[in-house]
Design a binder for this molecule. Structure first.
Ligand code: UPG
Length: 486
């Protein structure tokens, strides 16, 4: 029997590692001819990612799946203010990947029963590692931790820039309507991914878009029925083949694997939820890097006090140094940021927490709505568990995702679609408590059209992963391709 080894390399950030870990699990569980090795690049971007990778090391991984931590090259990549940090990290990690994979290969060649290297799967923004795969003479695939429409936007923007000479940075703040293939409706240009608006980031974005055209195939964490417009648009015979293999979301129960002090906090949250009526709780959580300035926190607090719904709010502390790219941390005491008396006044209806066991919360029957930054994993988790979202995008491609969810798919409502909170503190506007209340009331309506549509999409998402479903079949075709490589 032919056995194949696949090496997966995500960006060292939560939203990217989670999805590739789930893909690796899916591959080995689906086919016993496959083995997977995930390389974690170091330094990882934030402490929550470190906790997650530690929990992976501590948990029992499925057979034929391993996680390898590459050396920590902190000194070579420490200047995270340098927007090229990822490019430099990838360059410096290449020799380590080569060395490790060479050893794996030598060992497998000694034993004909061992799996043979069949290919690499790189995150969209790690495709600079393609030389390593080429050096080993094996194909490389790209995995998008964002949606299929986002990939369409990469190709579209690259063509606008390279073929038509359009200056993309001028789209910042522009209301010009763009016909992005993969979206059903014209997109206001200001909702394009943030990378496009800064010269230094744009060059990197375009380089990745060009590289994407060279890959063996594009794997996307999505499912056909959810992004049918985008998947069909990508499958035009000119692009590499596309495999929608999602939705892959973090497994329920992963939070319980964490260290016991974390587990106690999470138990407390889950017990609080157990005491709340069905669909009564609005959950607010803004991803691994989401935080707000003090003035905005006060507007949110005011909205929660007056909207008339119960709430569970993951509130995180922004970097104290303006201009420094630094992930948020947990507040030691929420009182330092919340309006005076807020915690006492809302004791019976709400709970403020730090890092949240998000999938467990979304899966809980008490949760009726989700205010989210629209990171792609959070978007898929909301769909997977049938919880409608109130969109509050912050950075990266989140405005684009919010547009897709609210306007294109009708699966979410808007808080503010063109909000942008740059890591460096640029462009911050304040969303009023009135606007927040309006969106919360809308998303919490029990019999709303949006809720019905999300529930239906949740059902379809489950079906897509089961035997005969669209993502199940797509993964099967991908696996055959990987086995054929050896
Ligand atoms: N999460 C928690 N608890 C928290 C916050 C987050 O469990 O308190 C989890 C969440 O369940 C999800 C992941 O962390 O699985 C976060 O992923 P995502 O929603 O995609 O957000 P980001 O971490 O912000 O992800 C980055 C980009 C985002 C992009 C994504 C995938 O910011 O814009 O879509 O990567 O490319």
């Amino acid at each position: 029997m032919k056995k194949a080894e696949v090496v997966l390399i995500p960006i060292p950030a939560m939203g990217h590692i989670v999805a590739l870990v789930e893909l690796a699990k899916l591959l080995v569980q689906r086919d016993d001819r496959l083995s997977t090795t995930i390389f974690i690049l170091h330094p990882v971007l934030d402490p929550s990612t470190t906790k997650y990778t530690e929990s992976l090391a501590a948990s029992t991984l499925p057979d034929r799946m391993r996680v390898v931590n590459l050396p920590n090259l902190e000194s070579k990549t420490e200047d995270t203010k340098d927007r090229n940090w990822l490019t430099s990290m990838i360059e410096s990690q290449k020799p380590h990947v080569e060395e490790y994979v060479s050893k794996m290969r030598t060992q497998s060649q000694l034993s004909p029963d061992s799996p043979q290297l069949s290919g690499f799967i790189f995150d969209t923004f790690v495709s600079g590692m393609k030389d390593v795969a080429n050096g080993f003479g094996v194909p490389w695939y790209v995995f998008s931790a964002s949606g299929a429409a986002f990939i369409c936007s990469m190709f579209y923007l690259q063509a606008l820039h390279d073929d038509e000479g359009v200056n993309l940075t001028e789209f910042k703040n522009s209301d010009a309507l763009l016909e992005v293939p993969g979206l059903a409706n014209p997109l206001p240009a200001k909702l394009l991914p943030s990378m496009v608006f800064r010269e230094d980031m744009l060059a990197i974005f375009l380089e990745h878009a060009r590289t994407l055209k060279e890959t063996r195939s594009i794997l996307v964490n999505t499912f056909l029925e959810f992004e049918s417009y985008a998947v069909h648009s990508l499958s035009n015979g000119k692009n590499p083949p596309v495999y929608p293999v999602g939705p892959m979301v973090k497994h329920l129960g992963d939070a319980r694997d964490l260290r016991s002090d974390e587990s106690n906090k999470y138990r407390d949250i889950m017990e609080w939820l157990d005491d709340q009526p069905p669909l009564s709780v609005m959950f607010l959580c803004f991803g691994s890097w989401g935080s707000f300035c003090g003035k905005q926190v006060k507007e949110i607090a005011c909205a929660l006090e007056h909207c008339g719904h119960r709430f569970l709010w993951s509130l995180r502390k922004p970097s104290s140094q303006k201009g420094k790219i630094e992930s948020p941390s947990d507040y030691l005491n929420f009182q330092e940021i919340l309006p005076e008396g807020f915690l006492d006044r809302t004791l019976k209806i709400g709970k403020v927490i730090g890092w949240a066991p998000q999938v467990e919360i979304l899966a809980h029957p008490a949760v009726g709505g989700f205010a989210s930054h629209c990171g792609w994993n959070s978007t898929l988790e909301s769909v997977r568990f049938g919880v409608p979202v109130a969109t509050w995008p912050l950075y990266a491609e989140q405005q684009f995702n919010a547009f897709q969810m609210v306007i294109d798919l009708g699966l979410a409502v808007e808080i503010k679609m063109d909000y942008r909170r740059d890591f460096l503190g640029d462009n911050e506007i304040i969303v009023s408590s009135d606007d927040i209340v309006k969106a919360i009331k809308h998303v919490m309506e029990e019999d709303s059209e949006v809720r019905k549509k999300v529930k239906e999409m949740s059902r379809i998402s489950e079906k897509s992963l089961k035997d005969g479903g669209s993502s199940f079949s797509s993964l099967g075709r991908l696996i055959e391709d990987m086995i054929d490589n050896i």
